[in-house]
Design a protein around this ligand. Structure first.
Ligand SMILES: C[S@@+](CC[C@H](N)C(=O)[O-])C[C@H]1O[C@@H](n2cnc3c(N)ncnc32)[C@H](O)[C@@H]1O
Length: 257
């Protein structure tokens, strides 16, 4: 087995929480450890996906026709291009992930229609990502873009300055562009299980960096945050989908000034 298969991988652990089948034994074992500590992690992952779908639909309804989904993960039910196309069949969607396994699955499973593209890129290197010829061929940065940073920023440690990376992406997009952010928090969580949970992720492909409300809000600097603001994921414009009893994340959407 390769190291990629023996080391728990955050994209495939998340796939396991969502009930997917693109995961290996090491991913399942680590995910089961998390589920012992936080038994509602599966519901929380579904809550995050539901936030993503609502935020994407909202952006499409505002007229956005280009979507840049960074840290897109493995294809699952209700992918971004499916939600977008229900509103705008001609919209373009660029999926980006730094994980080669996630990118390989996405390339295999997603449509190759020229309007849905998958590329390997790293949020920590925004200029490299924005210079990718496939991205440039698909997205016109002079027109508004919806940038989706959903359940990805908590894998970027403070030392890599994720705020600077997000600001760089913001500055590269046109006014009227949208940013949708979701982010793990341990605000209000009991400290002991929180420590045990982050310890499991330290052994995985990416350490986990839960952040406070104020820290997450800084990602939306330079954006007019739409109602209801940066809130628990289940409280962001709920549309009647099943709600998690506990949401471990904040979600918010802003429009670039
Ligand atoms: C929990 S999944 C989220 C998937 C999807 N965005 C969602 O919310 O359903 C996190 C994804 O972020 C990716 N990721 C982590 N760090 C990244 C980085 N620096 N650049 C790009 N992708 C990253 C992981 O490989 C993984 O696929």
């Amino acid at each position: 087995m390769t190291e990629a298969e023996t080391r728990p991988n955050v994209a495939r652990m998340y796939d396991y929480y969502l009930g997917g089948c693109h995961n290996f034994a090491a991913d399942r074992a680590a995910a089961e450890e998390i589920l012992k500590i936080f038994p509602d992690t599966g519901v929380a992952a579904q809550t995050n996906r539901a936030f993503l779908r609502r935020a994407v639909r909202w952006a499409a309804e505002q007229g956005i026709r280009q979507f840049l989904d960074v840290g897109a993960g493995l294809p699952t039910q209700g992918n971004v291009h499916e939600v977008v196309r229900a509103v705008a069949p001609d919209a373009r969607v660029v999926y980006v992930d730094h994980d080669e396994v996630a990118v390989a699955y996405a390339r295999r499973l997603l449509p190759t229609d020229g309007r849905t593209v998958v590329l390997r890129g790293d949020l920590r290197r925004p200029d490299e990502m924005l210079a990718d010829p496939l991205l440039r061929a698909t997205v016109d940065l002079a027109e508004p873009v919806a940038l989706l940073l959903v359940a990805v920023l908590h894998f970027v440690p403070d030392a890599d300055d994720p705020w600077a990376a997000v600001a760089r992406l913001r500055d590269a997009t046109a006014p009227g562009s949208v940013l949708a952010v979701s982010h793990l928090t341990l605000d209000g969580a009991p400290p002991l299980p929180a420590r045990a949970g982050t310890a499991v992720y330290r052994r995985s492909s990416a350490p986990l960096m839960p952040r406070t409300h104020a820290e997450v809000a800084r990602f939306l600097d330079g954006y007019d945050v739409v109602e209801p603001g940066l809130v628990r994921l289940a409280d962001w414009r709920p549309d009647g989908e099943p709600r998690a009893a506990v949401s471990h994340g904040y979600g918010g959407v802003g429009v670039r000034r």
